[in-house]
Design a protein around this ligand. Structure first.
Ligand SMILES: [Zn+2]
Length: 83
């Protein structure tokens, strides 16, 4: 079974920071069956590590090149191992 993952950063007011994430951490979001990547971009679905945009924030509307969140990467590694 294929696991579809996209990398999204929290969209901050500025690129300089949002809740200490510095706007630079890209989390992994799973694209589940029936979902499209567009459904997650700019949304508030929780990432693999459980992180989600807080308050009125949302994910960035464009994908990052790679997942950089250590917790998400760990989850990804175990998910791949299971498959
Ligand atoms: Zn994460």
């Amino acid at each position: 079974m294929a696991l579809t993952i996209i990398a999204l950063e929290k969209a901050g007011r500025k690129s300089s920071g949002w809740n200490g994430d510095h706007g630079k951490i890209a989390h992994a979001l799973e694209v589940k069956d029936g979902q499209r990547e567009r459904d997650l971009e700019g949304g508030t679905t929780a990432a693999l590590c459980g992180a989600a945009p807080s308050g009125r924030g949302s994910w960035s509307s464009h994908q990052s090149e790679a997942v950089t969140c250590p917790k998400c990467l760990k989850k990804l590694a175990s998910a791949v191992a299971l498959n």
